[in-house]
Design a protein around this ligand. Structure first.
Ligand SMILES: Nc1ncnc2c1ncn2[C@@H]1O[C@H](COP(=O)(O)OP(=O)(O)OP(=O)(O)O)[C@@H](O)[C@H]1O
Length: 248
């Protein structure tokens, strides 16, 4: 008998309507631990809405989202973050006037007392964690630089670091390499490999070269529904996908 690990995330029959328009329509998929899943699909396919539903920004009309045994559709956005889901939006939203170190520091999960915050918590534990994360995001030599002085790609990494410091089990990224240079893209692929050592990643991406490089599995959305799912090789050669991308 083989023992199968439970999936990290299990989306079942998820739908949402906006004024009668079904942006996400009866969607089901599962995400395994340590997996990089990429959602692709033409404009308006419902990709961003799927991430919005998972992080609680949009409430589902019906269906279920199970995450580590918890039903996310019943939780508030803030509690979903605390449950271990991190979401990065397309545009970087770092604090430009603060240094890399400070940006990471303020993202360290609170829950500490005022006393601790004032006296203890810039302690070894936080400093160690900031160092660890900054190495992971290629910014360990930039800790004292103002975020404003970073390149676009470095800002994106910093924002990923600000999520990682909260230790999410699932990280969701919306077009992480948009606007990045070629070498930044290569490093972002490397960063994702580091991230999934201890967590799973759900990515929306339009850059097919990047998708090919990183995806363990690709889910293709069209008009709120999954039209194909599997390896990049599989979906690339799926006539339904070819039609959606090239057929019109
Ligand atoms: N809050 C909302 N109210 C009304 N309609 C919405 C809302 N959010 C999304 N939609 C609609 O749902 C559909 C899916 O949008 P969504 O942004 O999820 O697509 P997408 O696949 O992410 O597209 P893109 O690649 O262009 O970002 C679109 O037709 C959009 O106009």
């Amino acid at each position: 008998m083989t023992i199968q690990n439970d999936p990290l995330l299990s989306v079942e029959n998820l739908s949402v309507s906006f004024d009668g328009f079904k942006a996400v329509d009866d969607l089901s998929f599962q995400l395994e631990k340590g997996e990089i899943r990429v959602i692709i699909g033409p404009n308006g396919a419902g990709k961003t809405t799927v991430l919005d539903l998972i992080c609680g920004r949009t409430k589902a009309t019906s269906g279920s989202i199970q995450f580590e045994g918890r039903e996310l559709t019943r939780l508030k956005e803030y509690d979903i973050v605390r449950a271990g889901v991190g979401r990065k939006f397309q545009t970087p939203s770092v604090y430009e006037d603060l240094t890399v170190f400070e940006n990471l520091e303020i993202s360290y999960p609170s829950g500490r007392s005022v006393f601790e915050a004032l006296f203890f918590r810039r302690n070894k534990e936080i400093v160690h964690r900031i160092k660890e994360i900054s190495e992971m995001i290629f910014l360990d030599k930039q800790l004292d630089r103002k975020a404003a002085d970073l390149s676009h790609g470095q800002k994106q990494w910093l924002e990923i670091g600000m999520l990682l410091i909260q230790d999410p089990a699932l990280l969701m990224l919306d077009e992480p390499v948009a606007g990045m240079t070629v070498s930044e893209r290569v490093r972002t692929a490397e960063l994702l490999q580091r991230i999934i050592q201890s967590r799973s990643v759900l990515v929306i991406e339009h850059d097919m070269g990047f998708v090919e490089k990183i995806a363990h599995r690709v889910t293709v959305l069209h008009q709120g529904r999954i039209i194909s799912d599997g390896s990049m090789e599989h979906v690339k050669n799926d006539p339904k996908v070819v039609e959606v991308y090239l057929g019109h």
